[in-house]
Design a protein around this ligand. Structure first.
Ligand SMILES: [Zn+2]
Length: 458
C-alpha cells in the first residue's frame, strides 16, 4: 500500500513536472518580412510562423496605429487573408493592406503585431509568442511635372528632360519602354547662365534604343519607399532612322590573330573548338556580356555634370567606316555565319594615332574589355559616358580626371578589329547611343543648354 502511494506520488510529480516543463517550451517563431519599413497607399504584409508540424492553435496579425488595433489576418477567419503552409514546419501569411481594410490609416508611425500559439503536451497545454514590427505610414503621393519642352528623339539617339519632383528626396527619372533613366539634381550643372537652386528640379538624360519602337511609351516618374508613385507626360516627337547593312568577310588570318588574343584577356567565356566556333561565341555571348559590363559603369556616374556644356570632340578628321546600329552579316568561306548590330562608330586615321577624350570627365575603365580590346570609358556625369575601343596603348588610368581632347592612348587593333581604328560610342545610362548628336553644337545648344537656361529662372 505504501509502495503504491509512493508510486502514485512519483507519477503525479512527473506529470506536474512535464506540465510545467511543456509550458516553458518556446512558442512559434515569428518573422515579419513585409513591410520592411514603409506602408504606402497599398502595402504587402508577409509573416512567416514556424512551429513543429506547422500546427498552430492561434494566429493573429494586427495593425496598430494611434492605440487602435485592426485585425488583418486570423486563423479564426482564414478567409480574410492567405494563410498557407509553406514547408513542413512553416505557415506563411500574405495580405495586402490599404485604406479599405484600415479606414483610419494615417501618415505616421504604426506597428504590425503578430501573436501565435502552438499546442504542447499532446494539446494539454499551449505556448504563445508574439512579435511586433515598427513601420512608417506614408500616404502622400509624390508629385512630378515636366518643365522642359520640345523633345525631339531620334531612334538610337538621346534627349534630356527637366522636371520637378517632390518631395525632393523621392526616387525619380524617366522611363522609356522598360528602361529607366534616373534623374539627377539640376544643381549639379555648373554652366554659366544656369543656376537651378530648387532641389526638386531634376534632369534625366534619356535614350530611345536603336531596337525600340519609335512609338515606345515614355514618361517621367517618381516613386517613394512606400510604393506611392506618380507619372507625368512630356511633349515629344520621335523619328525613325534607317540603319545600314554591311557584310564582313572573315578569314583564317583574322580569326588566328583576334580569337586567341581576346581569350587571353577574358574569363567570361571559354569556348571550345575551331577558331570560327570560338569567334561566334566572342561575337555573340561575349559581346552581350561586355555590353552588360559597360552598362554597369552607369551606376558609377557622377551626380555632377562634368563636361560643362561644351560640344563633344567630333573626330571629324577621321574616316567613318561604320556608324551606329549597322546591321552586320559575317561571312566565312562564302557562307553567312553570324549577324550582329554594331553599336558605335568606327573611325580610322593613321596607325597609332592619338585618341583624345571627347569631353571633360573622369576615367572609369582603362584595361582590356573583351571584343573592345584595350578600352577606355570616361564618365561625363549624370549618366553620360563615352567609350574608346581597340587602343594599342593607354595614357590614362582609372580615377584620372581628363580634360576635353586630352590624350587617352593610341589607336590600335586590339579586340575584334580588322584594322587600326577607334571604336567610339556615347552611352546614356549604359545604353549605346548615336554620338553624331553629341558632336553637333546646334544639337547640344537646343537639346540641352536651351532647356537648362529655360529651367534656370524657375
Ligand atoms: Zn566598331
Amino acid at each position: 500500500m505504501r509502495y503504491l502511494l509512493g508510486l502514485l506520488l512519483i507519477v503525479a510529480l512527473a506529470a506536474a513536472g512535464a506540465f510545467v516543463y511543456a509550458g516553458r517550451l518556446p512558442g512559434p517563431a515569428i518573422e515579419i518580412t513585409k513591410p520592411v519599413k514603409y506602408v504606402g497607399q497599398s502595402a504587402p504584409v508577409e509573416v512567416a510562423v514556424t512551429a513543429p508540424g506547422a500546427k498552430l492553435t492561434r494566429l493573429e496579425v494586427v495593425f496598430e496605429q494611434n492605440g487602435k488595433q485592426t485585425p488583418i489576418a486570423s486563423l479564426a477567419q482564414p478567409a480574410s487573408a492567405e494563410i498557407k503552409q509553406d514547408g513542413p514546419d512553416k505557415v506563411r501569411v500574405t495580405r495586402t493592406i490599404s485604406r479599405e481594410q484600415i479606414p483610419d490609416l494615417k501618415t505616421g508611425p504604426a506597428k504590425i503585431i503578430v501573436t501565435a500559439e502552438r499546442p504542447v503536451l499532446r494539446g494539454m497545454r499551449k505556448v504563445q509568442s508574439s512579435a511586433s514590427h515598427d513601420v512608417q505610414v506614408r500616404l502622400e503621393k509624390p508629385m512630378i511635372a515636366v518643365i522642359s519642352t520640345k523633345h525631339y528623339i531620334n531612334l538610337g539617339g538621346s534627349e534630356m528632360v527637366v522636371y520637378r519632383a517632390t518631395p525632393p528626396d523621392v526616387e525619380s527619372g524617366v522611363q522609356v519602354g522598360d528602361v529607366l533613366y534616373p534623374g539627377y539634381p539640376a544643381g549639379g550643372v555648373k554652366i554659366e547662365g544656369v543656376h537651378i537652386a530648387d532641389p526638386a528640379v531634376k534632369l534625366a538624360f534619356i535614350a530611345l534604343r536603336y531596337d525600340q519602337d519609335v512609338n515606345t511609351p515614355m514618361f517621367a516618374y517618381a516613386k517613394d519607399e512606400a510604393g506611392n508613385s506618380a507619372r507625368a507626360d512630356f511633349d515629344r516627337l520621335t523619328f525613325p532612322k534607317p540603319f545600314k547593312k554591311s557584310r564582313i568577310e572573315l578569314n583564317d588570318a583574322f580569326l588566328d590573330r583576334v580569337v586567341p588574343a581576346i581569350l587571353a584577356t577574358t574569363t567570361e567565356v571559354a569556348p571550345q573548338g575551331a577558331n570560327l566556333d570560338k569567334f561566334l561565341v566572342l561575337n555573340g555571348e561575349l559581346r552581350r556580356k561586355n555590353a552588360e559590363t559597360i552598362a554597369n559603369y552607369s551606376k558609377q556616374s557622377s551626380a555632377e555634370m562634368l563636361w560643362n556644356g561644351v560640344v563633344f570632340h567630333p573626330f571629324t578628321n577621321s574616316a567613318v567606316e561604320a556608324a551606329l546600329a549597322d546591321q552586320r552579316t559575317y561571312v566565312y568561306g562564302g557562307k553567312d555565319v553570324d549577324r550582329q548590330t554594331h553599336l558605335g562608330f568606327d573611325l580610322a586615321r593613321v596607325v597609332n594615332s592619338p585618341v583624345v577624350a571627347a569631353n571633360r570627365g573622369k576615367v572609369v575603365h582603362a584595361s582590356p574589355l573583351g571584343i573592345y580590346g584595350n578600352c577606355v570609358i570616361i564618365d561625363h556625369g549624370m549618366g553620360v559616358q563615352s567609350l574608346y575601343g581597340h587602343l594599342s596603348s593607354f595614357a590614362v588610368k582609372v580615377g584620372d580626371s581628363v580634360e576635353k581632347e586630352q590624350e587617352l592612348g593610341k589607336s590600335g587593333m586590339t579586340g575584334l578589329a580588322g584594322g587600326d581604328h577607334l571604336h567610339f560610342t556615347m552611352l546614356v545610362n549604359g545604353q549605346m547611343v548615336n554620338p553624331v548628336e553629341w558632336w553637333d553644337q546646334h544639337w547640344i545648344q537646343d537639346r540641352i543648354l536651351r532647356k537648362l537656361r529655360e529651367a534656370s529662372g524657375s
